[in-house]
Ligand binder design. Structure first.
Ligand code: ZN
Length: 148
């Protein structure tokens, strides 16, 4: 393993052991549940939106080191972002972890630690689970459906 890969591995394990923004979030405006049956990862994401700004974001659940550290690093990355910025960041992250030929880890910051995942297709689902869950939380209709 290269020095960079070593460093990435270390950060993934550190976040898996000590996840940031972990636990329920009182007064959340959005939430969703995500499951990766293939690996057994399950998590719940909570958000507080102020307009279209992510004012707070938490997650809880359990799973492999990749899914937990990805969720932890994602909460750090999305805090203070707009919904549009969150969508754009996920698109970039997804392109990198799935190994799209024109993908670049530039601008991903710490999320670049998952750039090696494209070599492990099974792990891609673990790395993207929390992001898919946030997408579901942000883009579900939050107003109660009226039948009148
Ligand atoms: Zn997993």
């Amino acid at each position: 393993m290269s020095e960079v890969e070593d460093l990435y591995q270390e950060m993934i394990l550190e976040h898996a052991k000590r996840p940031r923004n972990f636990g329920p979030l009182d007064g959340h405006s959005h939430h969703a549940v995500g499951r990766n049956a293939l690996c057994g990862d399950h998590l719940k994401v909570y958000l507080i939106l102020d307009g279209d700004l992510v004012k707070d974001i938490h997650f809880e659940g359990d799973g492999c080191a990749v899914s937990k550290s990805s969720a932890s690093l994602m909460t750090e990355a999305l805090l203070g972002k707009t919904v549009a910025e969150a969508d754009a960041l996920f698109a970039k992250f997804h392109a990198v972890v799935t190994g799209q030929p024109d993908a670049s880890a530039d601008g991903l910051g710490k999320l670049a630690v998952f750039s090696g995942m494209s070599k492990f297709p099974v792990r891609v689902k673990c790395a993207t689970l929390s992001w898919r869950t946030v997408q579901a939380a942000l883009h579900q209709k939050s107003d109660p459906v009226s039948t009148e």
